[in-house]
Design a protein around this ligand. Structure first.
Ligand code: SAH
Length: 230
């Protein structure tokens, strides 16, 4: 089995590479891919760079070029749900592109013909995630994640995304990775640790908590890998 572990920013994959210690670096399609063997299983690790386009490219490359059969995403997100505080973890049940808008033609937000407003994450990986949460004695929320090519630091935009998609958290890569994995029939799991509340103070909070939240998420995802290789 070959597992992809993906983040968007260097800070999100650094704790994973640190844990692995040894890995081979391959330059491909303007990005670096790190290959390692962990407990007898092949891992491919990469950060895509921020946003839907780069994350689409990286997820596709990990699957089509490197042959990954499952994909785990680890990263940080802004909270919408008031029950999510900085450092808390959220597992995506389904994801949507909040900035996809052809509503002028009578379509709902997040929809284009032959697409779907939501893509659902893999149920088995979500169950595994819940098991890991129990074992780690961590409260991990499940919920809807909304993705768009914008850093949201604005109450009004945050509330719009929350009410339109019933979303609990927002970020910039999850839904695009979900579309790729769904189309290529690769089970995927998107985990995010909260870095900010997507409001006025978001950029300040983001810079302060990026690293600690990224570590929270990475540790959880590596526990998932431990379970998958068992
Ligand atoms: N500080 C970075 C930019 C970070 S963009 C720089 O200057 O280079 C925010 C990243 O964290 C994205 O990868 C996104 O997925 C996630 N994220 C966290 N909080 C977010 C928010 N409030 N809005 C959008 N994305 C957010």
């Amino acid at each position: 089995m070959k597992i992809a572990i993906m983040g968007a920013m260097p800070e999100e994959v650094a704790p994973i590479l640190e844990k692995l210690g040894e890995y081979k670096t391959t330059q491909y399609a303007n990005n670096k891919y790190y290959e390692a063997t962990y407990k007898g299983v092949d891992l491919v690790i990469a950060y895509s760079k921020i946003g839907k386009v780069f994350s689409t490219l990286t997820a596709t490359t990990m699957i089509e070029h490197f042959g990954c059969e499952k994909l785990l995403f680890s990263g940080v997100a802004g909270a919408i749900s008031p029950s999510l505080k900085v450092g808390d973890l959220i597992i995506a049940t389904k994801l949507s592109q909040h900035d996809l808008d052809i509503t002028a033609f009578g379509h709902p937000f997040g929809y284009v013909p032959e697409g779907a407003v939501f893509v659902e994450a893999d149920k088995d990986l979500i169950s595994l995630g819940k098991k890991v949460a129990l074992e780690m004695n961590k409260v991990v929320q499940e919920g809807v994640i909304a993705t768009g090519d914008q850093f949201v630091a604005n109450e009004e935009r945050k509330n719009f995304i929350g009410s339109t998609f019933n979303a609990d958290a927002l970020e910039m890569e999850g839904a695009s990775v979900a579309v790729v994995c769904d189309a290529l029939s690769v089970p995927f799991f998107i985990l995010r640790a909260i870095s900010d509340a997507a409001d006025m103070d978001a950029s300040f909070s983001f810079d302060e908590f990026l690293e600690t939240s990224a570590v929270e998420s990475a540790e959880f995802v590596m526990k998932m890998v431990d379970k998958l290789v068992d």
